[in-house]
Design a binder for this molecule. Sequence first.
Ligand code: PAF
Length: 277
Amino acid sequence: MKVLRNVEDALEFTNGNYQKTVGLVPTMGYLHAGHKSLIDEARKNNDIVIVSIFVNPTQFGPNEDYDAYPRDEKRDFKLCEDAGVDAVFTPDAKEFYKNHKTYVTIEDLKDNLCGKTRPIHFRGVLTVLTKLFHIFRPTNAYFGRKDAQQYLIVKKAVEDLNFGINIIPVPIKREDDGLAISSRNVYLSDEERKAAPILNKALEKGKSSIKKGMKAEDLIKIIKDEIETEKLADIEYVQVVDTKEIKDVDVIDRDVLVALAVRFGNTRLIDNFFYEV
Ligand code: PAF
């Protein structure tokens, strides 16, 4: 497995892959079973698999956890090597964004859900992905459905800007007790960790209640009521949005994303499910 630490090395690697299918798995490292499932999917369907490991500063707000974000390069490299990855790209942030002036943003879709409290987040995500897509020119790029808004935004931006890359969504990976696997789960105290599976429980309740023609507010109430049985859970949002514009729907009469963000102490967790009418 090659370790690429700067853009120059990455471009040299890319030039050697002419006419091969390339699968890119963009990550921020601290890899877990969720990332592994993206890598496995990429490994099945591409000649070359590249994993980027980069805690991207431009997608973190000033009071967010950029510095605290967990990092473990040695363990990440081992997971990649064992999963048959051909190259990891892990650039230095200062060098990667040297005198950077150009950003990629999307209208409307960034404004709802997580965008309400993280206004610059998706601009940072689209900017780093644009750089990665230009450097590696992948055939396929893999994204977890846990970051549902990110997946929908990336899919739309890639379509709008004619990147010519297939954006492949991969199902959410969960712990045995239902908690969606996330690098941020390590922030939870023992007590918070015990409380956090309420999110999946609430979404499961929502899934078994959702019906075409149902009022979104009734579904939201079912989910919120369940979450509120857990004292440590502090709800940021539970919303039902359409999957094209990411706008709230009144009635479930089209394909929707049911998404939530909930805080346990200082840790903000997200989870969701998609429903097709
Ligand atoms: O989902 C993530 O880990 C990040 O947002 C991504 C896609 C790697 C961009 O930095």
